[in-house]
Design a binder for this molecule. Structure first.
Ligand code: PMP
Length: 440
């Protein structure tokens, strides 16, 4: 493999971008702030590969941060979008594809009702408003290092982009963004992920005023954290307090199993939030669940939520095509699991050989290699002990060898159905050199 050190086009685009866009990017982690170097501007994407503006090709582990489970530019998705395009791009009135996608989502996930929005942020924000409207309670609970989008009340101890871009220390006190009034943040109670006793105690003391507990069923936004069975049991106990359980499956939905983390881990939330895969690479989010709760949403009920572009025909077409492909070939999930497991084992082996202490957390096609000695990393507090400088050097060495890893220690990578043994082999060879402190 050659070293991909020529970045003239990306540098030029980044300079232009910085003159007209804050930090030169439209979403913070893309700026490479925590790993250094020039962010690669992407010209095209195909299958498991990205090609940047300088013509370099990378094995892609971002997958657009999750949506591209079938790989980039999948023919079925592309054709579905083209077909929809020919009939108009937005109506502002209902159309058949919204009904078809809603039916499919309900069938796959067991939700009784679903409402489409345009991003994961909108999905979680709306689900929480609904929970408050349904229960008549003010407070919500979230977990340290879980990210649920950038709505005001959720930017509290909020995970990756905040961990690696904030000027302050890791774990800076709530709220984790300027511009969020303390009064908003005060309505968000924070508990430690994977600490069932802390959650039980909080609910015992304040359950009567807590509308909902929202959680990432597998955390991607502090790096991958996998829930213990005891923690999952405690989550289900919150329902006994009349508190709604909201699973944020924006990352895990349709990824960790056909029916997401819920199917894989046996969860029964009251509401779920989706994003990413549900839009097949176009901007879609959704929230759904029990009819009794969902029927509180306007115009059926009193909780207002709306969207000019919600149910957009192109976005619905991309989501439908993606979910139908996944349904038609569920063996993709076995392939994703096998790739994820082999990648995790290969990384552990390569790091051990180079004497680099790492802990790899992996479940299915989500994986984080934490640069901390082998241990059981279950909480944000443990993850935050990672050597972010060592990760940054490794990330750059991988990039120089044509492997585009997630540009932050506190993110999951995403494997797609387009990743094969060829990409696995090349990735592990690059990792082998990167752990030894170099590239070839
Ligand atoms: N929830 C989770 C679990 C997420 O990972 C994300 C985004 N990475 C969001 C919500 C917000 O989604 P979006 O970026 O589409 O607003």
């Amino acid at each position: 493999m050659t070293t991909l050190s020529q970045t003239a086009q990306s540098e030029a685009l980044f300079a232009r971008a910085k003159a007209v866009t804050p930090g030169g990017v439209n979403s913070p982690v893309r700026a490479f702030k925590s790993v250094g170097g020039v962010p690669r501007f992407i010209a095209s994407a195909q299958g498991a590969y990205l090609t940047d503006a300088d013509g370099h090709r990378y094995i892609d582990y971002l997958g657009s941060w999750g949506p591209m489970i079938l790989g980039h530019n999948h023919p079925a998705v592309r054709e579905a979008i083209a077909e929809a395009l020919a009939t108009g791009t937005s109506f502002g009135a209902p159309s058949a594809r919204e009904v078809e996608l809603a039916e499919l989502v309900c069938q796959i996930t067991g939700a009784e009702r679903v409402r489409f929005v345009n991003s994961g942020t909108e999905a979680t924000m709306s689900a929480l408003r609904l929970a408050r409207g349904f229960t008549g309670r003010k407070y919500i609970v979230k977990f340290r290092g879980n990210y649920h989008g950038h709505a005001d009340g959720l930017l509290v101890e909020a995970g990756s982009g905040l961990l690696t871009n904030a000027e302050g220390e890791l774990g800076a006190a709530a709220p984790s963004s300027a511009g969020v009034p303390e009064e908003y943040a005060a309505l968000t109670l924070v508990s430690e992920y994977n600490d069932p006793a802390a959650l039980d105690k909080l609910l015992a003391e304040r359950g009567h005023e807590i509308a909902a507990v929202i959680f990432e069923p597998v955390v991607g936004n502090a790096g991958v954290l996998i829930p213990t069975a005891e923690f999952l049991a405690a989550l289900h106990r919150v329902k006994a307090h009349g508190t709604l359980l909201i699973a944020d499956e924006v990352m895990t939905g349709f990824r960790l199993s056909p029916s997401g983390a819920a199917g894989r881990l046996g969860l029964q939330p009251d509401l779920s939030c989706w994003g990413k895969i549900i839009g097949g690479g176009l901007p879609v989010g959704a929230y759904g669940g029990r009819a009794e709760v969902m029927d509180y949403v306007s115009p059926q009920g009193p909780v207002y939520q709306a969207g000019t572009l919600s149910g957009n025909p192109l976005a619905m077409a991309a989501g439908l095509a993606t979910l139908r492909e996944l349904q038609a070939d569920p063996s993709i999930y076995d392939r994703l699991d096998a790739y994820g497991t082999a990648l995790a084992e290969g990384l552990r082996g390569a790091a051990a050989e180079a004497g680099v202490p790492i802990t790899v957390n992996q479940i299915g096609s989500m994986l984080t290699a934490f640069f901390v000695p082998e241990g059981d990393i279950r909480t944000y507090t443990q993850a935050a002990r990672s050597d972010t400088a060592a990760f940054a050097a490794w990330f750059q060495a991988m990039l120089a060898q044509g492997v585009y890893w997630a540009p932050s220690q506190f993110e999951s990578i995403f494997i797609s159905g387009a990743h094969t043994d060829t990409e696995l082999g090349a990735t592990l060879e690059a990792a082998h050199h990167a752990f030894k402190g170099g590239s070839i």
